[in-house]
Design a protein around this ligand. Structure first.
Ligand SMILES: *Cc1c(COP(=O)(O)O)cnc(C)c1O
Length: 496
């Protein structure tokens, strides 16, 4: 098995080089040329959580030997999550919530970003790349902290995160500025998220075109969700939650399960599609959007149109107009038709929209259901789920829970439903508190305490006392200074 670009099947790479490179040279995303075969469901079900990660990751990134993969998995996860099974499954009413937020930063991105640094360093070793890997990321809040926590103190790597000054929540800012680790660096940029993101893209371009790091043994890389090393770990928790349902007797082995996913960049839900391709009995994949409903329109009509108003919602991690990982779905669902994908992506670049052909749309509709949810409906769902079912949802998971109800109403023959929960309610405590009580608490830290007092649900350890932790980073720069900032840190001697 090998990987190739979604836009050109002859642009090939080994799995580990795809992890190192992140994106293919033609701007396409790396994807396997064929699904690998994995062990039977019966034998996978007998594995413990870490063995399951090892088994599936070594099928997807097959040039890292399984024994080595086991080592990497243990380094990534042991002792880092609130529970030994990493992602607990909880019954809520007649449905199930898959809690993906029990990691070191209380965001679902922890599952993938805990693993990525170890995949990157092992891939470098395997390919005899001796460079120090310098990760660059712009963040609107969640990714930056999860990436720093993942890369902190990982030898052979360093990381710089840029966030928009005054553009992230009090809690998110405190999470980043208190991050420990000899190789982490975070800096605010005077501007909005787009300025920070554009700045990072320009740094990559400028460094490459002008060979600014030539001969310095430094390789710039990105931690964003187009890297196959971020996608692969996400496939595993679909298997894990399925086996949990079988083991608890809620379903029989080979029964189908529907998964409802709060979606932004389409990484999480694509991992579910890949799990299905590997043989997991998945029924429908339900794509939940907030008011930024570009994916809902796409799945229902076949037209992807990014020329639309951008809404800032209470589920900011899903505020997105271009869902990058959709490109991988188009590739897989069209039977590896890279020419077709390349032409859609060219249209998207030139005209801001494309429409898939009827047969592709038909295949997508067979696998997916999509619906959007307003902030108002998400808040109502937080309140009703708490009051009627005793479960506290965050704003993103509430979007999915609302869409789950819609899906079930319109599909009476649905299967057992698992709603993927992507954040701790405490990461968005002010909105969750408002949804339940109608009270607006402006102080981000106070909102956490009030929500805990109200509900009795404990604040996760990593968010508790955050306002009292020492601030370790205080850089703030103009966007024009970003390149120099990165180059300085790239060549700096770091000591533990
Ligand atoms: C990143 C994120 C999402 C969106 O996930 P995708 O894989 O980009 O679709 C949803 N919710 C939260 C809380 C997130 O951080």
């Amino acid at each position: 098995m090998f990987y190739n670009s979604t836009r050109n099947v002859s642009l090939v790479s080994t799995p580990s080089m795809a992890v190192l490179k992140g994106i293919a040279d033609d701007g396409g995303l790396y994807i396997f040329n064929a699904y690998p075969t994995i062990a039977s469901l019966e034998s996978l079900m007998s594995l413990d959580t870490l063995e399951l990660y090892t088994e599936i990751l070594s099928a997807l990134i097959c040039d890292i030997p399984k024994e080595k993969m086991g080592e990497l998995v243990r380094k990534a996860y042991v002792g880092k999550f609130e529970t030994a099974d990493l992602t607990p499954l909880v019954k809520v009413g007649e449905d199930y919530v898959l809690e993906l937020f029990r990691g070191p930063t209380s965001a679902f991105k922890d599952v993938a970003l805990s693993m990525l640094p170890h995949l990157v360093t092992a891939s470098a070793q395997l390919n005899e790349v001796k460079d120090n890997i310098h990760i660059l990321t712009a963040t609107s809040g969640d990714t930056g902290k999860a990436a720093m926590a993942g890369f902190a103190d990982v030898d052979g790597t360093r990381i710089t995160v840029f966030f928009p000054k005054d553009g992230v929540s009090t809690v998110q800012q405190a999470q980043m500025l208190t991050q420990e680790g000899f190789n982490v660096c975070v800096c605010s940029v005077k501007g909005n998220f787009d300025d920070a993101q554009t700045g990072v893209k320009e740094i990559f371009k400028s460094v490459k075109e002008n060979a600014l790091l030539e001969g310095k043994n430094i390789r710039l890389s990105s931690a964003n969700s187009i890297n196959i090393g971020r996608l692969a770990p996400q496939v595993v928790y679909y298997f894990k939650s399925y086996f949990d349902l079988v083991k608890s007797g809620d379903i029989k082995l080979y029964d189908k399960v529907d998964f409802v996913v709060p979606t932004g960049n389409f990484g999480n839900i694509l991992a579910g599609y890949i799990a299905k391709g590997l043989g997991l009995p998945v029924g429908t994949l339900v794509c939940a959007s907030n008011e930024n409903d570009v994916l809902t329109e796409f799945i229902n009509t076949g037209r992807y149109d990014k020329k639309r108003t951008f809404f800032k919602t209470a589920s900011p991690s899903m505020d997105i107009l271009v869902s990058s990982n959709l490109e991988r779905l188009l590739y897989l669902i069209s039977g590896n038709d890279a020419e077709k994908v390349a032409s859609y992506m060219a249209e998207l670049g030139e005209k801001g929209e494309y429409t898939v052909d009827a047969s592709t749309l038909q295949k997508i509709k067979k696998e997916f259901y999509a619906c959007a949810c307003s902030d108002e409906d998400a808040f109502k769902t937080i309140k009703s789920t708490y009051e009627e079912k005793g479960y506290l949802l965050d704003t993103h998971t509430a979007v999915a829970m609302h869409v789950c109800e819609d899906y079930k109403k319109n599909n009476k023959d649905h299967n057992t439903c698992v709603v993927l929960s992507t954040a701790s309610p405490y990461k968005f405590a002010a909105d969750v508190l408002f949804a339940i009580t109608g009270e607006k608490e402006e102080n981000g830290f106070e909102a956490l305490n009030k929500l805990e007092t109200l509900t009795g649900v404990p604040i996760p350890k990593n968010l508790k006392g955050l306002d009292k932790k020492p601030i370790l980073h205080n850089s703030s720069i103009e966007k024009e200074e970003m390149l120099k900032f990165v180059l300085d840190y790239s060549t700096k001697e770091l000591s533990k």
